[in-house]
Design a protein around this ligand. Structure first.
Ligand code: AMP
Length: 215
């Protein structure tokens, strides 16, 4: 299964992608996570990316397209993948199709209104060590302030401040939302309601993808 996961920042794509990846036994490829790793490692890519990510702006298409192209040729992508955070513009979606015409089977859009996003993102926490994501109210770590998977410190992402979130939302509406029409026109778009409990949303997504919970 080759899947693009669409939806506003904070829609819960990361949490739900992990469930789908486990059930379908395919990797999740998150351009945001790849860029954060490059920033943490202070690589040339990281230095370029940080100037944009710190303001909530999109990293230039050619930079992101290059890292995705390299990643999709790795062996673990042979049976499919979930793209989380890419494509982010119609130009990126077109570049992906030009590069790999069979790159995508399904574009799944997780639909969440803006007000719910603001509440979610300001409460989001990420494990500094294993990158697992939590929410202080909706999906807290069983171990409180530390990650219940690896014991790592839970931190708020630099781009989850209110001002940056508002900027990311307007960037999403202006530049990323039009991708839905792009995949609709190809007959690949499926929309799923992203409001509800983590379990309810998981069930709706699995049903849309024809995945069994027991897989
Ligand atoms: P995310 O974790 O997907 O919310 O990404 C965090 C930040 O990384 C975004 O706000 C962008 O600055 C940058 N980024 C991630 N993916 C892309 C992409 N496909 N195109 C451009 N910028 C991206």
């Amino acid at each position: 299964m080759k899947l693009v996961f669409l939806g506003p920042p904070g829609a819960g794509k990361g949490t739900q992608a992990a469930f789908i990846a486990e059930a379908a036994k395919i990797p999740t490829i998150s351009t945001g996570a790849m860029l954060r790793e490059a920033i943490a490692n202070k690589t040339e890519l990281g230095k370029t990316a940080e100037a944009y990510t710190s303001k909530g702006e999109l990293v230039p298409d050619e930079v992101v397209i290059g890292i995705v192209k390299d990643r999709l040729t790795e062996a673990d992508c042979k049976n499919g993948y979930i793209l989380d955070g890419f494509p982010r513009t119609v130009a990126q979606a077109q570049a992906l199709d030009d590069m790999l015409p069979d790159a995508i089977d399904v574009a799944l859009s997780l639909e969440v209104p803006d007000e719910a996003i603001i509440e979610r993102l300001t409460g989001r926490r990420e494990c500094k060590n294993c990158k697992a994501t939590f929410h202080i109210k909706n999906n807290p770590s069983a171990k409180g302030d530390v990650c219940d998977k690896c014991g790592g410190e839970l931190i708020q992402r630099a781009d989850d401040s209110l001002e940056t979130i508002q900027n990311r939302m307007s960037v999403y509406h202006a530049q990323t939302e039009p991708i839905k029409d792009y995949y609709k026109d190809c007959g690949k778009l499926k929309c799923v309601n992203g409001v509800g409990s983590v379990e309810e949303i998981k069930a709706a997504l699995f049903s849309a993808l024809g995945l069994s919970e027991a897989l």
